[in-house]
Ligand binder design. Structure first.
Ligand SMILES: Cc1cc2nc3c(=O)[nH]c(=O)nc-3n(C[C@H](O)[C@H](O)[C@H](O)COP(=O)(O)OP(=O)(O)OC[C@H]3O[C@@H](n4cnc5c(N)ncnc54)[C@H](O)[C@@H]3O)c2cc1C
Length: 438
């Protein structure tokens, strides 16, 4: 079987659906192919459309990211918010997010549904359909893809342009180990389970270049060893770590925790066994563990939840209690006790990098063993600011685009929003396709 379309979109999350809806509204025929039984991907778990509010703030949050892509995300953010609102999907008032970010609460399920309806007015949505191979003309232009429908029927889609938006490779342990960090093979997955690198494989199969390896990933600390079911992705993310201290197996602090949980998460991956003890005190418990992370977000007692979920959790009345950490946990409790004893007497926390965290001086101490969980990698397909996939010599591969967590290079060791980045580059890609086809 075969069919033709103006824009073939592979992956039906924020990036794919935004591009599809924009192109459909501009009069193109669009075909969206989604591997999961339903649209939405990781987008359905997300609640804030946000990024850095200025180029300077972006540079502070993401100093090593690709400057052109980062500038494009900042510059295109207002258009992305306007596009969401044009579809009739409410986008809340601006609120601060993370250290320097700003954004809007967004009902992503409503957005996904709004995009789906627009596409269906002038196109097709195929769910439960897998895509593994791009087709290429003798001149090297991508001409569509080979799809397998849910009943096993092969379908060749001939397309004027093709957008890869499969949401990254975080669900593939081998790719995580190869492209993120050898220890990332075994970390917890905090994303949809379908994003296992199809976009990356298809792109490299036609000559696309992959951005720098080991650029980091977006994720959060979660209680170690606990099953991370999707309905607990948000509740079990220990955002409060920026108001706590994190100790590795040697009992040492190794990161400035105040920079934010998502950055501390990357640092922990680099420590032996990628696990650590997250410690805060009564004040941290009162002011941060049991309150909501961003305005309008849910307030859950994360310590109580981690304990109920079976994580290693302890309330310690005194620094000396750390000397009695069970040996099988493997931590140098004497060293942690010495650090906390000093702090209880008014010493600053031992120095790490840039900022001073607040000393823990109000016992009892709330202790959770934590590990990193990955939401999406920062390594991926290289694109330009029009979403065009780049091949050798930075030449765009004709008629091939990528957006969302499939792309790499935008972020490197820093982070300023996933939804916004996906939407902005998806809009840019759709506009480029429209411009070249009309
Ligand atoms: C718990 C959680 C909370 C988050 N909160 C926020 C937040 O508040 N703000 C924010 O900015 N970001 C947040 N994020 C990150 C955000 O969800 C992602 O950045 C965003 O979803 C990326 O969009 P995407 O379209 O690239 O990927 P996705 O939304 O994951 O969509 C990719 C789609 O491609 C499909 N797919 C995979 N392989 C194939 C294939 N071979 N063929 C066809 N389809 C395929 C997948 O099934 C999926 O539906 C959060 C993520 C999680 C998990």
């Amino acid at each position: 079987m075969s069919c033709a379309t103006d824009l073939l979109v592979i992956g039906g999350g924020m990036a794919g659906l935004t591009a599809a809806a924009r192109a459909a509204r501009s009069g193109l025929h669009v075909t969206v192919v989604e591997r999961a039984p339903a649209l939405g991907g990781s987008t359905l778990y997300a609640g804030f459309l946000w990024t850095a509010p200025s180029a300077a703030a972006m540079a502070e949050l993401n100093p090593d990211g690709d400057p052109e892509l980062a500038a494009a995300v900042v510059a295109g953010f207002a258009d992305a918010v306007a596009f969401v609102r044009e579809l009739g999907v409410p986008c809340g008032d601006a609120v601060p997010i993370l250290r320097h970010g700003q954004g809007h609460a967004l009902d992503t399920a409503r957005y996904v549904e709004a995009c789906r309806r627009i596409v269906l007015d002038n196109g097709t949505v195929l769910t439960g359909a897998d895509t593994t191979t791009l087709t290429v003309s003798p001149g090297g232009a991508v001409t569509g893809a080979e799809i397998v429908l849910p009943d096993g029927t092969p379908l060749t889609v001939r397309a004027g342009a093709t957008l890869l938006a499969t949401g990254g490779f975080q669900a593939d342990p081998e790719l995580r180990a190869r492209l993120v960090h050898p220890r990332a093979r075994d970390i917890a997955l905090r994303s949809n389970p379908w994003s296992s690198g199809a976009g990356l494989r298809m792109a490299t199969g036609v000559g696309a270049v992959v951005s720098a390896l080991r650029a980091g990933f977006y994720g959060h600390l979660v209680p170690a060893g606990v099953r991370l079911d999707p309905d607990r992705f948000v509740d079990l993310a220990l955002y409060y770590s920026e108001h706590a201290l994190l100790f590795d197996l040697a009992g040492a602090r190794f990161v400035d925790e105040t920079v934010g949980d998502h950055l501390t998460t990357m640092a922990l991956l680099d420590r032996p066994e990628a696990r650590g003890l997250l410690v805060t005190d009564a004040r941290g418990h009162r002011e941060w563990i049991t309150t909501s992370y961003v305005e309008g977000g849910p307030a859950t007692d994360k310590f109580a939840l981690a304990r109920r979920a079976g994580a290693r959790c302890v309330v310690a009345d005194d620094p000396d209690d750390f000397r009695a950490i069970p040996p099988e946990w493997g931590y140098d409790g004497d060293r942690i006790a010495a650090e906390l004893t000093g702090q209880a007497r008014g010493a600053r926390p031992s120095p790490t990098r840039r900022y001073d965290p607040r000393p823990l001086d109000e016992p009892p101490y709330y202790v959770v063993e934590v590990a990193p969980a990955i939401t999406f990698p920062f390594t991926g397909i290289r694109v330009d600011t029009r979403g065009r996939v780049l091949g050798s010599g930075d030449a765009p591969i004709p008629r091939l685009y990528a957006a969302g967590s499939d792309i790499g290079g935008l972020y490197a060791g820093g982070y300023a929003g996933g939804l916004a980045a996906a939407a902005v580059l998806a809009l840019a890609a759709a506009d480029d396709v429209v411009a070249t086809q009309t």
